[in-house]
Structures are given as C-alpha cells and as structure tokens.
Design a protein around this ligand. Structure first.
Ligand code: 3HC
Length: 393
C-alpha cells in the first residue's frame, strides 16, 4: 500500500538506508506514493535537513513493484499498509505467504484489526506480526510491535531491530483490540465528537482548549490529519471488539462526514478546510459542517463548556481506559505511558497524569462526570475496576 501510511513508512525505511520496493494496486497508485515520498524529501532538502545528493540516493533506493509477487520474492521484511479491510489483508497475506521464503517476517500496519485474524490466512503464523506506525510516519517516534500468541520470538526481535534502525522506539504489546494507543487514546477524539454532537462546544473551542492544555494538536485537527474515515474504522473495530461498549460508539457526526466524502486533509476538507499543499486555510463554516454532519455538529446549541471541563473529560476518559488496558494485560503502565507520549505526542502518559492528579481526585472526577453525563455518554466514566481498587487501597 503506497498511501499516506505506506509511503510514510517507505520514506522512513529509505532514510534509514534500506532498499524499498513499493507496491500498490496499479502504476498510478504507486506513482502517487512515489510523488508523496519525493515531495517530503524535497521539503527536507529545502529546510536544510538533508543534502540534495541524499535525496537522490534515497529515491534511487526506491523501486516500483508492479506485482505483489515481486515484493514476496525479493524482500527481507514486508509491511502491508492497505485499507482497514480484513478480507483484503488476508488475501494479500495468503499470496505473500505462498511466494516468500518462510523466514521473512510479514507485518501488518493495521490500526485496530486482529493481527491473529490476518495471520490465519497463512501457513506460517509464526512469522506474522503487527508493525503499527503513527501518522505522520516519518516523524512520529513510536512503533507498536504487535505479537500474537503464535508470533516467533525471532520475528519479534527482527521487528524490534528494524524499528530501532529506523530511529523509532519499538514497544512490544499484545494483539488486543486497538493495541495500546488506538485503544487508550480513543477518548481523545470520541469525547470531543460527543461534546460536538451534543452541542456543548464547537470545533475550534474544543481544539483551542485541548491545545491550551499542552497537547500538540486539537482532536479535530488530528482527525483531519489521520483521516476521518481511518478514525471511524478504528472506532468501529473497537466498538465491535468490545461488544458495543458505548464508550467506543462511533459518532454520527463522523459517520455523516465520511458519507459526505469529507475525510480531512486528504480530500481538502474535514473539520477545517485545506489548500492543495495540505495547509489549513481556516475552519469549515459551521453551516458546511452541519450539512456534512446531517444537521449535527455545528455551532453549540447552549453556552460552550469551559476549557477546564473539556480538558477534564478528555483526560479522564484516557486515564480510565489506560487502567482497563493494564487490567487486561495489554501492556505495563510504563509502556502505556511511553506509547502515549511517543505515538500521540501527549505531554504526559495517563499514569503520570493520574499520579500528578492523585488517584482519589481521578476517581472523584470520573464519578462526577458519570453522574452529570450518563444519559449522553454511556460507560466511559464508569470507573475501571483496577483504578477503583488502587484508589481505595
Ligand atoms: N508529514 C511529514 N512530516 C510532517 C507532517 C506530515 N504530515 N506534519 C508535520 N511534519 C513534520 C514537519 O515538517 C516538522 O519537521 P521538522 O521538525 O523537521 O521541521 C515536524 O513534523 C514538526 O511539524 P510542525 O512544526 O509543522 O508542527 P508541529 O510541531 O505541530 O508537529 C505533528 C506536527 C508532529 C504532527 C504534531 O502536531 C503531533 O504530534 N500531532 C499529533 C499526531 C498524532 O497524534 N499522531 C498519531 C495519530 S493516530 C495514528 O496514526 C494511528 C493510526 O492507526 C490511526
């Protein structure tokens, strides 16, 4: 896949000195990926980060692979980055498995699908794992290395070495829905979408409040960067995987925007409008947003929530989910903190935040939000059992 993530991963590999084969459905898609990579490298030249000769050497190490079998035959490690479509991923893995040497690691960059379900399509489940990069892939320092119960230790080690060689920090985690970041960070976009849906605050007020609290990007700017469709696919996967737990319920606002083809930067508009280079040219007029969202998601119906409440709702939803993830043994607290700081650039990991706030005030805050918002927001403020246990010890 030579889209946003595939091209970004290829660029990171080229800059680490690897030879890269780029494959996609047709020559035009491969060319778009190549253009994306050469554009990004040119921007690095313009900023004086790399020399023109380095750009040329990286591009010379990038080869087109018109056929998937050519990738299978030649590569020492294969990273799939196609749409979040399990049957599609499985058919690709089946073909890769049949046509590559059995010791070549096969990695999926899935956001939230089960890696084990992808691996089932192969005869060599032990070589299948997740290598989950974060957008923008050339910049974000985290790679989640997702191991299924069948993944061989040698494959995990090879993947860790590969990710470290890209200058990234690998964090090994279990094959649980959304892995670490896409699960623990769900509240970062779903909570704001709910506030928008309920008319409690508008896009800019929420983004300003969150950015004011030290986050690198407001949730709506992030949705536009990642792709509202990609974010929706993640929310849907988690909602399914957690038996329709309301805290993962996808927002009707994002569904309507996807339906209307407003996917974010890549389509020139989402919650904000963008020029051809992807630069923001201002907020989406409230009326336009309302049309795309089927009448929802425009200007607030009531007085806007204050910044402190907006930030508290997002922070506490994230902290609460982090405790659930630890309880389900997705990863240890220190790894979750590291992953959230490196994969989403959060100023503090959720356990660091809980430590700073004090567990009692986390619990009191959740209890209050649960009482105030239960009818609109579901179970996201139900105190995670482990958090409750630790706060009351
Ligand atoms: N592609 C490549 N490089 C980019 C980029 C892009 N889309 N956007 C920014 N950059 C580079 C810039 O060129 C700049 O590089 P430099 O330091 O060499 O000059 C650097 O990133 C910093 O950019 P800016 O100074 O313009 O802007 P910021 O300081 O605001 O940083 C950001 C941009 C790194 C994107 C930061 O806002 C951020 O960390 N945002 C949060 C991103 C995030 O949470 N990503 C994870 C999303 S979830 C995901 O991907 C999982 C998936 O499964 C859905």
């Amino acid at each position: 896949g030579a889209g946003t993530m595939g091209a970004g991963i290829a660029q990171a590999a080229l800059q680490a000195g690897h030879q890269v084969l780029l494959h996609d459905v047709d020559a035009a898609a491969i060319q778009r990926g190549r253009d994306r990579i050469s554009g990004a490298l040119q921007r690095l030249v313009d900023k004086g980060r790399i020399r023109p000769e380095e750009r040329d050497a990286y591009l010379a190490a990038l080869r087109d692979a018109a056929e998937l079998d050519a990738v299978a035959a030649d590569a020492d490690l294969i990273v799939e980055a196609v749409l979040e479509d399990l049957p599609l991923k499985r058919s690709i893995f089946r073909q890769l498995d049949m046509n590559s040497l059995a010791d070549v690691p096969l990695a999926t960059n899935t956001s939230a699908l089960s890696v084990a379900a992808v691996a089932e399509a192969t005869h060599h489940r032990e070589r299948v794992l997740g290598l989950h990069f974060f957008n923008p892939a050339p910049v974000m320092p985290l790679v989640e290395v997702v191991a299924t119960p069948d993944t061989a230790r040698s494959v995990i080690e090879a993947a860790v070495e590969f990710a470290s060689g890209l200058g990234k920090t690998p964090v090994v985690c279990g094959d649980s829905p959304g892995f670490i970041v896409n699960r623990v960070n769900r509240g970062f976009t779903l909570e704001p979408l709910r506030m928008l849906e309920a008319g409690l605050a508008d896009v800019q007020a929420i983004d300003a409040a969150i950015e004011g609290a030290g986050y690198p990007m407001g949730p709506f700017r992030l949705l536009d960067l990642v792709g509202i469709d990609v974010n929706l696919a993640v929310a849907r996967s988690l909602f399914d995987a957690f038996d329709d737990a309301t805290r993962f319920r996808p927002s009707p606002v994002q569904m309507a925007m996807v339906e209307a083809g407003r996917l974010g930067r890549k389509t020139g508009g989402g919650f904000y409008r963008y020029d051809a280079e992807g630069g923001s040219v201002g907020p989406q007029p409230a009326a336009g947003l309302q049309d795309a969202a089927g009448g929802q998601g425009g200007a607030p119906k009531t007085a806007s929530l204050d910044d402190r409440t907006i930030v508290e709702r997002v922070n506490l939803a994230i902290v609460n989910e982090a405790y659930r993830a630890v309880e389900e043994r997705v990863a240890a607290p220190a790894d979750i903190d590291l992953a959230m700081k490196l994969g989403a650039n959060h100023p503090l990991g959720p356990f660091e935040r809980a430590g700073e706030m004090g567990l009692r005030s986390v619990v009191e805050g959740l209890r209050r939000l649960h009482a105030e918002t239960a009818e609109v927001s579901g179970d996201q403020y139900e105190i995670a059992p482990l958090l409750w246990q630790m706060a009351t010890v």
